[in-house]
Design a protein around this ligand. Structure first.
Ligand SMILES: Nc1ncnc2c1ncn2[C@@H]1O[C@H](COP(=O)(O)OP(=O)(O)OP(=O)(O)O)[C@@H](O)[C@H]1O
Length: 378
């Protein structure tokens, strides 16, 4: 009986899938006609259908004079499933996925690749990873409450789990230090600061270290940290970067500190990647003023959560789209390629279960406040 029911469901699924495909093909033709996606009476001609368990790709020969058209994005709504459209050699490829991404993927479904790779999230084509050894600097943007902080804490956890003795964090949390405060006594967290003066101090210290490391690499004729056998990787996390923009409203002192910070951040972006320093530049206001051109040019990896406007999306990922992200934790990850992902979700409790053992001092211990100053004074 069970077999029968199972068989029945399988048959129904196959029937539904076959039906889907026929319907999809018809709907695509309707869309071509309705959008007038043709040249005179010549319409795109279907030349190949390629099907896997996850998606079906329809390839069309397109008459000369037609290119891919942003209007074709309506297919996603028409077919009510995720669609990826690409155009190569006069051929249009329409990739239709069977299922939408889930609204949440727990952290433990993302296997570790070790070293300096982190999971960025689940895409329609599987898990997307980012390797900080390949691309050292990253801009993480997103309006408040759409997942930026969870993402930053997630990758910090992941890097600590991968390299408990090799990773160091320097955290400039200009939103009052609340998001990272719990981690201030982890042995991997070398500095956590929350104002302009302390930020400038930490960044200057990082710059000194970078210069020392460069001198060392020069002395042994090595081109980068890997070649020079430098095992430590230092991550400078800046959140909110907008707060480090010199403003008229700041006191003269703070404006000066903010200028110092800008200058060191730009230095890190330009020269420090290969020496083993990685900068994560977090902001909820990706504007031209906040994203210094030097930093933007060198932070090739971008993760954008939901943003307020397409203009902000244009600054953050050089294209619109982030203003349309619908769910918390949903992001566009862009390097050379671009992926829509649901980033891993990890709760504060799980983070602590995983990395709490590296805490040097119990957070309830009264010496914490003093120790915090020690860290700043590094
Ligand atoms: N990857 C995710 N998957 C599912 N839900 C998520 C994910 N990330 C965040 N959320 C949900 O969104 C809420 C807000 O996330 P988060 O605190 O990271 O926002 P934020 O953008 O950093 O806000 P702020 O900038 O104000 O700190 C979380 O409490 C959680 O409910």
């Amino acid at each position: 009986m069970e077999m029968l029911i199972g068989g029945g469901i399988a048959a129904l699924t196959i029937y539904a899938a076959a039906n889907w495909q026929t319907n999809d093909k018809k709907k695509i033709v309707h869309v071509f006609n309705n959008l007038d996606y043709k040249v005179k009476d010549q319409s795109p001609a279907l030349i190949k259908t390629y099907k896997t368990d996850v998606y079906t790709t329809y390839t069309y020969n397109v008459p000369y004079g037609l290119v891919d058209d942003p209007k074709l994005q309506v297919l996603e709504k028409v077919l009510n499933r995720p669609v990826k459209i690409s155009f190569t050699n006069q051929k249009l490829h329409i990739k239709v996925y069977q299922q939408k991404l889930n609204k949440e993927y727990p952290y433990n479904v993302f296997a570790s690749k070790g070293h300096w790779s982190i999971p960025i999230g689940m895409s329609q084509d599987g898990i997307i990873y980012h390797d900080f050894e390949q691309i050292p600097h990253m801009i993480v943007s997103g309006s408040t409450t759409w997942g930026k902080t969870v993402f930053m804490r997630m990758f910090m956890t992941h890097l600590i789990e991968n390299n408990p003795d090799g990773v160091e964090f320097y955290i400039l949390d200009l939103k009052g230090r609340l998001a990272f405060n719990r981690y201030r006594n982890l042995k991997q967290v070398k500095a956590i600061v929350g104002d302009h003066k302390e930020s400038a101090k930490v960044l200057k210290m990082v710059k000194r270290d970078i210069k020392k490391d460069i001198d060392y690499l020069l002395s042994i004729d090595a081109e980068n940290a890997k070649e020079g056998n430098i095992k430590t990787r230092k991550f400078i996390i800046i959140d909110e970067a907008g707060e480090l923009k010199p403003e008229k409203s700041m006191s003269d002192e703070d404006r000066e500190y903010a200028r110092d910070c800008q200058s060191v951040m730009s230095y890190i972006a330009r020269v420090a990647g290969q020496v083993g320093y990685k900068m994560i530049f977090g902001t909820q206001y990706p504007t031209k003023e906040v994203l210094d051109p030097q930093i933007k040019a060198n932070a090739i990896a971008r993760v954008a959560f939901r943003l307020a406007t397409s203009v902000q999306s244009g600054v953050a990922i050089d294209q619109p789209g982030a203003e349309k992200l619908e769910y918390k934790g949903r992001a566009i990850y862009k390097t050379v390629d671009e992926h829509l992902v649901q980033t891993p979700f990890i709760s504060k409790e799980e983070i602590w279960e995983r990395i709490g053992r590296y805490n040097n001092v119990s957070p309830t211990n009264e010496t914490t406040a003093e120790r915090r100053t020690d860290i700043v004074e590094l």
